[in-house]
Design a protein around this ligand. Structure first.
Ligand code: KIV
Length: 271
């Protein structure tokens, strides 16, 4: 299974070695201390403090509203829960698009105030200057191409990206540029599996897919989706490992029943 299970701390070098050795990389989103502890204990390689917190933690329709301060709160909580996993944090919408100095200052705030190990940024050529500036300050950067949810208002839909030749070529070129800029990895979201394969074979750095098929170097899922907390979200790419919505719903009903019927607490459950 995991040939790097014995590694005490996952670093960008270990992630690169995993790709070089053909070991797939496991990645999941996390937003709080308690879940981060479980994922870390389980041996998850990367924890992503995703701006999907805007959706699954705060209930917004898109990732756009979450602020840098809110991302820092989530990231600091996650970092307190880990010993081994590599923690990377999304730069939220509006914290890097202005110019490369703004991007660098946002990345520095994340690193200083959370002790995370790297940042993730959506986009390719258009944000390259920011990527280079952040990396030159010593901060590991992960790219994110394909479906980039911060641009949902431009795309107008969460459908599969890069299905036409022009967009596929731009994506391939962006992946090369991100690698040359020094990114330690790239997330590819919701693109055809064969295009993702081509990217993973073209660049040396690890390619982590979500809805990008099986030929990439690792997989990432949003924790609420993987655990089945979000019961109505059933995209084709998702494999649910639990039906936590139902488990929590049933447990909640049992607790309510026990309180109402005065079954809880019993004699052994009081002082
Ligand atoms: O914010 C997030 O959860 C992400 C994943 C979908 C990769 O960026």
């Amino acid at each position: 299974m995991s040939t790097h299970k014995e590694v005490k701390r996952i670093t960008t070098h270990i992630l690169q070695k995993m790709k070089d050795d053909g070991e797939k990389i496991s990645m999941i989103t996390a937003y709080d201390y308690s879940m981060a502890r479980i994922f870390d204990d389980a041996g998850m390689d990367i924890l992503l403090v995703g701006d999907s917190a805007s959706n699954v933690m705060a209930g917004h329709e898109t990732t756009l509203p979450i602020t840098l301060d809110q991302m820092i709160y989530h990231a600091a909580s996650v970092v307190r829960g880990i010993k081994r996993s590599f923690v990377t944090v999304d730069l939220p919408f509006g914290s890097y698009q202005g110019n490369s100095k703004e991007a660098l200052l946002s990345a520095i705030r994340i690193m200083k105030e959370t002790s995370a190990h790297g940042v993730k940024i959506e986009g390719g050529e258009e944000i390259l200057e920011s990527v280079k500036r952040i990396i030159s300050a010593g901060v590991p950067v992960m790219g994110h191409l394909g479906l980039t949810p911060q641009s949902i208002n431009k795309f107008g839909t969460y459908a599969v990206r890069a299905t036409d030749e022009a967009e596929a070529q731009k994506l391939l070129n962006d992946a090369r540029l991100l690698q040359e800029a020094g990114c330690f990895g790239i997330v590819l979201e919701k693109i055809p599996a064969l295009l993702a394969k081509q990217v993973a074979e073209t660049v040396r750095i690890p390619i982590i897919g979500i809805g990008a098929g099986k030929y990439v170097d690792g997989q990432v899922l949003v924790m609420h989706d993987m655990l089945g907390i979000n019961k109505d979200f059933k995209p084709r790419f998702l494999r649910k490992y639990l039906n936590l919505y139902e488990e929590i719903y049933n447990a909640s009903q049992a607790y309510i029943r026990d309180v109402k019927t005065k079954d809880f607490p019993n004699d052994n459950e009081q002082y």
